[in-house]
Design a protein around this ligand. Structure first.
Ligand SMILES: NC(=O)C1=CN([C@@H]2O[C@H](COP(=O)(O)OP(=O)(O)OC[C@H]3O[C@@H](n4cnc5c(N)ncnc54)[C@H](OP(=O)(O)O)[C@@H]3O)[C@@H](O)[C@H]2O)[C@@H](O)CC1
Ligand SMILES: [K+]
Length: 508
């Protein structure tokens, strides 16, 4: 599923009208009817609805919804927050259809009047502002948004909670806090940002008949989901052997952190890696071996448990590497991982301490044949880019894109919404997962799954999307099944949950 900015949505819309020959009035009809049909089911038993419309096409959708609710026997009134002259084009056409069916419209509405009327309704449809909102919300509209936010009525927003921008990076001044949002055709960027998502409440996308080809060249951002997993994850070949599924190495784990590499290696094996070697300090090996019997070992030289050095040649024969988990930030360790990163040209996942080691040599990695995948959380991304965490959270899509392009890396920016960016500018959002994942070790698990996935036969972006998707899904399924709560979920539970994830996804 594509995710769009406001500009992209308008372009896609224009393409559908110009090349698909679909009239804008039909798109509006489709949007309003699709939402009304769902509302009629969702609000069965409700008899009265207030539909609040603004002057743009979002308001036009509101008129269509009002007409269908009226036809289904709801008591409906439209509150029009703009003068009659401001309603034009497609919105005016649908306003007239509503009037033709004896629909009631209140214009010249003030917020006090609406406040007095609200107790008469079971729910409110918010069609005040859509993706056309620009700048600060005008004083003529503000009181209505405040009123809806204070009221205890259920508010259902059309396309986007009114006042919220569609794009990242724009200051939200004030916006409707919806209970439910029916998103028209494609989710907008702000739905996948930490600051925007809470305004939407629950949400559902309603298709309005825009042909798929309208999206090509007009959107580079996709939401990853079950369908994407099923269509890209390679089936296991009956005649395959352990060498067919990737021979990976996990490099890290100073003496104080044996758990990190254990989790990464176990997750990689559980996600289908064929052979796995853990390269770590000698003292860690008996501890790790008792937890992950399937792995092999490569001893890294150490001084008092701190990784010092090794020959990079030892790692030449691997299909993929994961570097940095529990590795420590000692200078001598950093020198070793910098040598590894520079000397070895194979797919590699760099996480945790490895990101700190990578920073000084970023300028040297862009000419490689094989991908480097970095997996920072927002704090680590701030360290790498120089942006503050606040700036990162406001513009995660563009900052990730800028960084991936500058250093020709794949960036897996981890958060409630994980944003995966290729060096070519394609982006994927993964939103599986839950609050149980906010715990030490879950990042190590993700690195292991990523390592396994990049060694399977799928494109790098599909591998990264699939890894993030199943990592989050495992956490969700563990909690839904009652095996864990979000409080007691451990990184190792996420690994255990992968069996159920693969079983479920292979049944699709
Ligand atoms: N995508 C699709 O395919 C389809 C999309 N559709 C729908 O169209 C919607 C987009 O419609 P849109 O472009 O008319 O903009 P919209 O959001 O209604 O707002 C524009 C109005 O807001 C006003 N206004 C602006 N800023 C403001 C502010 N700060 N404070 C106060 N007011 C402000 C501005 O006023 P003006 O500047 O003109 O005075 C203007 O009148 C989209 O979200 C979806 O619902 C469907 O119909 C089917 C096809
Ligand atoms: K709206």
């Amino acid at each position: 599923m594509y995710i769009v900015t406001a500009e992209e949505m308008y372009e896609i819309d224009r393409y559908a009208i110009e090349h698909g020959g679909i009239d804008g009035r039909i798109l509006m009809e489709n949007a309003g009817r699709a939402i009304a049909e769902r509302l009629i089911k969702q609000e069965a038993g409700s008899q009265a609805a207030a539909v609040i419309v603004g002057s743009g096409n979002n308001g036009g959708d509101g008129f269509v919804i009002a007409r269908y609710l009226l036809q289904s026997g709801f008591r409906v009134k439209v509150y029009q927050l703009a003068s009659n002259q401001k309603i034009t084009g497609d919105a005016l056409y649908h306003k007239q259809l509503f009037i033709n069916q004896q629909g009631l419209i209140e214009d010249n509405v003030d917020a006090e009047m609406l406040q007095d009327d609200l107790p008469n309704y079971h729910f409110v449809v918010d069609a005040i502002l859509g993706i056309g909102v620009k700048g600060e919300i005008r004083s003529s509209i503000r009181p209505f948004i405040d009123l809806l936010n204070k009221s205890d009525k259920k508010v259902i927003s059309v396309d986007i909670p009114s006042g919220l921008p569609a794009n990242e990076g724009i200051d939200k001044d004030i916006a409707v806090k919806a209970d439910f949002t029916y998103v028209v055709e494609s989710p907008k960027q702000s739905l996948f940002t930490e600051w925007g998502a809470p305004y939407y409440g629950e949400w559902e996308v309603v298709p309005i008949g825009i042909p798929e080809q309208a999206y090509s060249n007009h959107s580079s951002l996709k939401r990853w989901g079950k369908q994407a997993f099923v269509s890209t994850f390679p089936k296991r070949d009956t005649y395959s052997h352990k060498g067919s599924h990737g021979k990976g190495a996990v490099i890290g784990g100073q003496r104080t952190m044996p758990g990190s590499v254990t989790l990464t290696a176990s997750a990689a094996l559980k996600s289908g890696a064929g052979l796995l070697t853990i390269a770590t300090v000698e003292d860690n090996i008996p501890i790790i071996a008792s937890k992950c019997t399937e792995a092999m070992y490569q001893v890294l030289e150490d001084r008092d448990g701190v990784i010092t050095k090794n020959h990079t040649d030892l790692f030449k024969a691997f299909d993929g590497l994961a570097i940095g988990m529990g590795m420590g930030r000692d200078e001598v360790t950093a020198n070793f991982s910098q040598k590894l990163i520079q000397a070895l040209d194979m797919p590699m996942v760099i996480d945790a301490d490895g990101l700190h080691h990578l920073k000084p040599i970023l300028n040297t990695v862009s000419e490689r044949n094989h991908p480097i995948i970095i997996t920072p959380h927002f704090g680590e991304m701030a360290m790498l880019t120089g942006y503050t965490i606040d700036e990162m959270k406001r513009k995660p899509f563009s900052i990730a894109k800028e960084f991936a392009d500058q250093y020709q890396l794949y960036v897996v920016l981890k958060g409630k919404f994980t944003i995966i960016t290729s060096p070519y500018g394609d982006q994927i959002v993964n939103d599986t997962g839950n609050a149980g994942l906010a715990k030490g070790g879950t990042g190590d698990v993700l690195s292991g799954i990523l390592l396994a996935m990049i060694m399977q036969n799928q494109s790098t972006m599909a591998a990264l999307g699939n890894a993030c998707y199943i990592h989050g899904l495992s956490a969700e399924m563990r909690v839904k099944s009652g095996e864990n709560t979000e409080i007691d979920l451990l990184a190792s539970d996420v690994i255990d949950g992968l069996s159920n994830v693969f079983r479920t996804l292979s049944d699709v």
